[in-house]
Design a protein around this ligand. Structure first.
Ligand code: TA6
Length: 299
């Protein structure tokens, strides 16, 4: 365990440390998790990847989907919740680089915990460059994620480039939202936006008209989106707000059968609506500069 973690956690009894084996079963040592039990909401967070696995506003329902077949192993991204895809979004197999970057499979440190005056709980995690990250992305950096758990969940990400050269950067909060049935979902806040249709040959650019309904394999990168989307589903709605410019909507449909940590019958329980800056909105973080991105989720 990080040397100072026990000391930090001792200050806030609403946050406790456990293992993924305690909560989700499985064999082996599992991964360390923080359970956050605030006045207005609760959350579970894996230190690997600064990866949120659960968020339940008080009196509400679970907003995040975690695969019943999720694997909790060191260095393997967890299927579900909110993986942080960065410092690049997408696959780069021709360069031998891991899909969606290394942040989601790296161990982050907890740098701050705080009970805010309104009873919300804030946790700040950091990832610093190392020889391993430098081999994949040659920049000194500090990635910092501040999470606030209350009636809404907010994520505030900052990426500080400590190196002497500009750093190309793209990312997404790759959120898996729990829904009763993906076929009954309607997503607003994308009407009139151009999207890259990654599920079609040649990845054409198309135009969204009206709400989005997900009725088949869907893998779309919406560009220049408004700040807010709403996922309407059979049991209510989920509001997603962000100051980023892309919204990526994904469900593998029957392709789920090929993903060992998802399983054939489980794709109908979630929709990914990911906010971030990627593709046309990828950025370059100048030497010594900071990139910031926020997202908040609520019912
Ligand atoms: O965000 C959509 C996507 O890029 C899809 O193309 C799909 O591959 C998905 O992410 C999951 O990627 P992963 O590396 O977690 O299996």
């Amino acid at each position: 365990m990080q040397a100072s973690l026990a000391t930090l956690l001792a200050t806030i009894p609403e946050i406790s440390l456990c293992s993924s084996v305690d909560l989700y079963g499985g064999t082996g040592p599992g991964l360390p998790l923080l359970q956050i039990q605030g006045e207005s909401g609760s959350a579970t967070l894996a230190l690997q990847g600064a990866h949120l696995l659960s968020f339940v506003p008080k009196g509400g329902r679970e907003l995040l989907w975690l695969s019943p077949k999720a694997v909790f192993a060191a260095g393997k991204a967890i299927r579900g919740g909110i993986p942080l895809c960065m410092p690049w979004f997408g696959r780069r197999p021709e360069e031998g680089l891991p899909a969606h970057g290394f942040a989601r499979s790296s161990n982050w440190d907890v740098s701050e915990v705080e009970m805010l005056s309104n009873g919300d709980i804030k946790v700040v995690l950091e990832l610093h460059d190392s020889a391993a990250t430098q081999a994949l992305w040659p920049h000194g950096f500090v990635f910092r994620l501040a999470l606030t758990v209350g009636r809404e969940l907010s994520l505030d990400l900052s990426v500080e480039n400590l190196s002497g050269a500009a750093a190309p950067f793209s990312h997404a909060f790759h959120t898996y939202f729990a829904v009763p049935d993906v076929k009954e979902v309607a997503i607003s806040g994308l009407d009139g936006c151009t999207y890259i249709n990654s599920s079609l040959e040649g990845k054409p650019r198309q135009l969204q008209v009206g709400d989005l309904q997900v009725q088949a394999l869907t893998d779309r990168v919406y560009l220049n989106v408004p700040a807010e989307q709403i996922i309407k589903h059979g049991a209510g709605q989920i509001k997603v707000s962000s100051d980023t410019h892309c919204a990526i909507v994904w469900n593998p449909w029957e392709g789920a059968a090929k993903m060992a940590d998802m399983g054939q019958d489980n794709y109908s329980g979630f929709v990914c609506l990911e906010r971030g800056d990627a593709f046309d909105h990828a950025v370059s973080v100048v030497a010594g500069g900071v990139y910031r991105a926020c997202m908040s989720l609520s019912e």
